[in-house]
Design a protein around this ligand. Structure first.
Ligand code: NAD
Length: 441
């Protein structure tokens, strides 16, 4: 497989629908890193190591030296938004990064202006930007997005393009007949079917062109049979959904540990306050429902109450998000966890995480863009389950349950990288060389 991976030659265009807090923080971080002003902390592709070979070999290269990824200096950014603010203005509004840092890279950020968005207010009531495309049908809108991508690629001399959705959370919808096949979906695009969300229109345009598409919001987007089928047909990598940051990141770190020690969990109450535009959008119950479904699935899956009803059968799990403007992007979350141990004695764990949502999400966007580009060059198409590590609600083949345990997700990601580079997979068994070491004594 290693021999078949195309080199990461020339420029990589990263296109982002939704140039808000997360998107602009990621772009600013890459530009600042290229200028030596900041370090891309949290991005496995930039700062992570991977063990290769046996433990006795002591080989721990950086991931970027192990697999052929696009270089940060070879990236060009673009995107779409319903507001016409350029990336500098949008990043200032988002108030994630210090103005001093933004001013140091102002010319580069100002040059990135959002293209007109595909937008439908019925999917996001709390936004009303005017930088929006107009066309007679959703099919025509998809054609306009495809034309944007083509023009961006030519104007910027890009060899390859990837798309990562960083747009707002759309209202909750369930898959229906129009999402079932490519034919029904295309007919729905022509008939303006209300069940086709804006994010699906971008995704359709991208996948049709063979451009990798990752979804950072909890929207259905590419998680429908029609787009999965189209991705197979056009040999396009797809992945989703909902970046795993903040509270859910903590949950998927802690819950596997409790379960590993056979400790019981009776209740897990999670509450959040946040004051950015994401918080405003999630203040609408229809949009919150999309997020809630994504956040709730995590614990059930890790603890598996059906397999172990005695420890987890009565688990009460509640998630709350409240819009609280004074906190801006600095989200605060509280978790109260009621656990029980030996002879049923109860204990409590309290977590108060003062996090910065976009600081946690930005490296995920970068890693996803670079790994999706790698997947495309390695001829890996369809659902990229090995990237579950980055998602709250990982997309899997319909018949499979998703894996939420962050440590299993990491093993899968690393073994996938080893596999595509023709290295031995690591099972952590180690018996073969243990024996050799013992015999050498
Ligand atoms: N920050 C995190 O930690 C985190 C974690 C998981 C998921 N997410 C998701 O990532 C997304 C972005 O988060 P954010 O904090 O940057 O939000 P944000 O509100 O700052 O940015 C979203 C941007 O998307 C734009 N937008 C909405 N609909 C659009 C469309 N149809 N086309 C183009 N642009 C559109 C909005 O105008 C806005 O500028 C949200 O869906 C959020 O739920 C964020």
């Amino acid at each position: 497989m290693k021999e078949q991976i195309q080199e990461a030659e020339g420029k990589l265009g990263i296109l982002i629908p939704g140039l808000g807090a997360v998107g602009t923080t990621m772009i600013a971080g890459v530009i600042a890193s290229n200028k030596g002003l900041a370090r891309p902390v949290g991005a496995l592709t930039q700062m992570g190591n991977i063990r290769v070979g046996k433990r006795t070999e002591n080989r721990y290269p950086l991931i970027k030296d192990f697999v052929p990824l696009a270089n940060l200096n070879d990236i060009v950014f673009g995107g779409w938004d319903v507001y016409s603010d350029n990336v500098f203005e949008s990043a200032l509004n988002a108030k994630v990064l210090e103005p001093g840092m933004l001013h140091a890279i102002k010319p580069e950020l100002e040059a990135i202006k959002p293209m007109k968005a595909v937008f439908d207010k019925s999917y996001i009531k709390n936004l009303d930007g005017t930088n929006v495309k107009e066309a007679a049908s959703k099919y025509e809108l998809a054609k306009l997005v495809a034309a944007d991508i083509k023009a961006f690629k030519e104007e910027n001399g890009c060899n390859r393009i990837v798309i990562v959705w960083c747009g707002s959370t759309e209202k909750y919808i369930e898959p229906s007949a129009v999402h079932e096949t490519i034919e029904s979906f295309e007919e729905g695009l022509r008939n303006n079917d209300p069940a086709i969300a804006p994010s699906m229109i971008y995704a359709y345009a991208a996948i049709k062109m063979g451009i990798p598409f990752a979804n950072g919001a909890p929207n259905l987007t590419v998680d429908i049979p029609a787009l999965i089928e189209l991705a197979k047909e056009t040999e396009t990598p797809i992945a989703g959904k909902d970046f795993k940051t903040g509270q859910t990141l903590m949950k998927t770190i802690l819950a596997p540990g409790l379960q590993a020690r056979a400790l019981g969990v009776r209740g897990w109450f999670s509450t959040n306050i946040l004051g950015n535009r994401d918080g405003l959008v999630l203040d609408d119950p229809d949009n919150f429902k999309t997020k809630e479904v994504s956040k709730l699935s995590v614990l059930e899956d890790i603890l598996q109450p059906d397999i172990n009803p005695e420890l987890y059968g009565d688990l009460y799990h509640k998630v709350r998000i409240n819009y609280y403007p004074p906190h801006g992007d600095n989200k605060e979350s509280w978790d109260n966890i009621d656990i029980f141990g030996w002879m049923g004695y109860s204990m409590q764990i309290k977590i108060n995480f003062l996090c910065r949502d976009s600081i946690l999400a930005a490296p995920i966007v970068l890693d996803l863009a670079l790994f999706m580009d790698l997947a495309k060059r390695a001829n890996m198409s369809g659902i990229q389950e090995w990237l579950s590590f980055y998602f709250k609600s990982p997309q899997t083949a319909p018949e499979l349950r998703p894996e939420h345990d962050i440590f299993k997700q990491l093993i899968k990601l690393q073994n996938t990288l080893r596999h595509i580079m023709g290295e031995d997979l690591i099972t952590h068994l180690g018996l073969d060389y243990y024996q050799e070491l013992v015999e050498a004594l």
